[in-house]
Design a protein around this ligand. Structure first.
Ligand SMILES: [Zn+2]
Length: 116
């Protein structure tokens, strides 16, 4: 894994997102849809900044929960991820909303009978 390439990608995405949000804010108002988009951009920017911070710290590619290496395939697919797959799964199961949306788990409702 080439950290310099990852850093360049993350920095470019960061500038791109800041550009979009500045463009939207330049109009001076936001409807609910735009506000949702801005919130989404904000969350994404925080994620990217944390990934850049980990590149600086030398902890990039290490799971922040269990300390095991995050697989190269996973980092290729998601260059800002901070958790290995088992830890991400555990977090999703605990119902964290942002990641629950990003990683839909189709199996969640299977086998649950609400009518008891
Ligand atoms: Zn882990």
């Amino acid at each position: 894994m080439d950290c310099q390439i990852v850093r360049t990608q993350l920095t470019a995405e960061c500038s791109h997102l800041i550009g979009i949000s500045e463009h939207m804010l330049a109009f001076g108002y936001c409807d609910a849809n735009e506000q949702a988009q801005l919130d989404h951009i904000d969350v994404r920017l925080q994620t990217i900044r944390r990934a850049l911070q980990r590149l600086d710290d030398g902890t990039y590619g290490i799971c922040e929960v269990c300390g095991n290496p995050i697989g190269a395939d996973r980092l290729d697919a998601m260059n800002d991820c901070s958790r290995c797959i088992p830890c991400e799964d555990k977090r999703n199961q605990s119902g964290h909303p942002a990641r629950a949306n990003a990683w839909p788990r189709r199996s969640v409702s299977v086998g649950i009978n609400l009518q008891n």
